[in-house]
Design a protein. Structure first.
Length: 202
């Protein structure tokens, strides 16, 4: 009985758990529904055309879909340890493959922050066109870095507020387009009534 008991020193320490929504879904939602949707999708359609944009999106979905299926297959066959994608790849393919894939993945995610910072600066210049984009991006970078350094929990709470703002913008966008569509239907109905009155009068 005593052999089964673990002392406090032997008890494994468990790090903070953020949950599936706060740790996975919410950052992904903000990534896709933020800069990628509002700024880069229109830029892609304008430069590559509708068919080219659909092709790019289809290729991206194919890559992410196969990656998700691969991760799901690995996660169901091995025990997933802390460490994210690097831990999963290292467990399945070895430390060499994990390092070869994990280091470029880390660099790509780190450098992608510059895209979101300049996307924020581009949106900021819509309201304040006289402000320098580099200065706005620098101030935003310092603010985000300070927020993350103070507390990861605080950064996740800030993501919650940002998700509310992005969700509100989506609701406003859909409602505005819906009302615009209703106005068009009403105008078409009015034109049909006028045409019918003309024909009846004839």
């Amino acid at each position: 009985m005593q052999g089964r008991e673990m002392s406090a020193a032997e008890t494994p320490t468990v790090g903070p758990r953020y949950g599936t929504f706060a740790g996975v879904y919410r950052p992904v939602f903000l990534t896709i529904l933020g800069a990628m949707l509002y700024l880069r999708e229109g830029w892609l359609v304008g430069n590559a055309g509708l068919l080219g944009a659909l092709l790019v999106i289809g290729v991206a979905y194919t890559i992410t879909g196969t990656t998700a299926l691969s991760l799901a297959s690995i996660a169901t066959n091995v025990r997933v340890r802390p460490g994210g994608a690097f831990a999963i790849i290292a467990t399945a393919l070895g430390l060499e493959a994990g390092g070869a894939i994990g280091i470029p993945l880390f660099l790509a995610q780190s450098l992608s922050a510059s895209m979101y910072l300049y996307a924020f600066a581009e949106a900021w210049q819509v309201w304040f066109p006289s402000h320098s984009a580099m200065l706005v991006a620098g101030v935003a970078f310092c603010g985000v870095a300070l927020l993350s350094a103070v507390s990861a929990n605080l950064a996740l709470k800030a993501q919650g507020w940002m998700l509310l703002v992005v969700g509100g913008s989506k609701v406003h966008l859909i409602s505005t387009q819906t009302m615009h569509g209703i106005d068009i239907v009403i105008q078409l109905a009015g034109m049909n009534v006028k045409l019918m009155s003309i024909f009846i009068g004839l």
